[in-house]
Design a protein around this ligand. Structure first.
Ligand SMILES: [Zn+2]
Length: 306
């Protein structure tokens, strides 16, 4: 009997402690908003259970062309930290933050990343003019800088969590370093002269610069959002002449043009590439790491046919 009571008391005591710890953790969660799915994964890797994360632009959705909803303003108004890519990627973010209003810590993930200047229209609904290309995350080295900036920003918004953010960021950074090496060794399997691919829009410049793959896009040719028939014809001629078989469509863009080029040049469109958004959780690119591995695997398979 005594034994039973003792056990019972210990059980009650430990559940009370667990309950107290659980509710304290729930109260302490730092509310963080990330603008789009790829960034949200990086933030999640750093923040883990310590943060309550909301994502404005979800899987398979184009963040360039996003139109904030009234609920987004409420989400942003409640947040202690707001993580955006910057470089004009989310053209709508400043207005949303002002209207909400957002009073927390703004973290611009691309801060400090050496940028590539885009000289022409991006092609899916906005123009970069002469500004920097915002798609830095396609170079894993840039994503590693994002992670460092996110960890420092979260620590500033929630100083009590600084050590946890730093440790998680360091562990994740080690995985990203390994990922970067893997990308290089995979691309290295393709002879240099065959490292060419066609994509629907030009969001792979950072990838191109970091890993030595030449990308061309029907929408990269001029400043209008739709390329002229002449430009498309020129690209088709080039695809035929150079026997490019690596043709791809991104997950958040209209596949029409690339399909036309494939049809008219005798190529077959490969698996979808994930450029500006992750896939849904059951898809092949549910995290940043999975996205890079999926894209590189598809690119290498396609380019080996060139
Ligand atoms: Zn884009």
């Amino acid at each position: 009997m005594l034994y039973y009571n003792d056990m019972n008391r210990r059980f009650l005591l430990s559940s009370a402690l667990l309950f107290a710890a659980g509710s304290a953790a729930a109260q302490a969660k730092t509310k963080v908003v990330a603008t789009f799915s790829i960034l949200a994964d990086l933030v999640e890797q750093v923040g883990g259970e310590r943060i309550e994360l909301a994502t404005l632009v979800g899987a398979d959705t184009d963040a360039h062309a996003y139109q904030p909803k009234p609920a987004d303003a409420r989400t942003v108004a409640d947040a202690q930290a707001l993580v955006s890519n910057g470089l004009g990627f989310e053209g709508w973010i400043d207005r949303l933050a002002k209207a909400a209003p957002f009073k927390g810590r703004a973290i611009v993930a691309s801060t400090g990343v050496p940028t590539i200047t885009a000289g022409h229209s991006h092609g899916h609904g906005h123009s970069h003019g002469q500004g920097p290309d915002p798609h830095c995350w396609q170079d894993v080295a840039a994503a590693r800088r994002y992670v460092d900036t996110i960890a420092k920003g979260l620590a500033a918004a929630d100083p009590a969590g600084a050590a946890l953010y730093r440790d998680r960021a360091a562990a994740y950074d080690a995985r990203l370093a390994e990922l970067d090496g893997w990308v290089r060794s995979e691309i290295g399997k393709v002879p240099a002269s065959q490292r060419k691919a066609i994509t629907g829009h030009d969001s792979f410049r950072y990838f191109s610069k970091a890993y030595g793959v030449q990308f061309q896009s029907p929408r990269g040719y001029n400043t209008s959002t739709e390329p002229s028939a002449k430009d498309v014809a020129a690209l088709i001629r080039q695809v035929r002449e150079q026997k490019i078989k690596a043709l791809f469509v991104e997950n958040m863009t209209n596949p029409g043009l690339v399909e036309q080029i494939a049809r008219e040049s005798g190529a077959v469109v490969g698996p979808r590439l994930y450029s500006d958004a992750l896939s849904k959780p059951d898809g092949p690119a549910a995290t940043y790491e999975k996205m890079m591995r999926h894209n590189v695997t598809a690119l290498v398979q396609g380019m080996l046919k060139n």
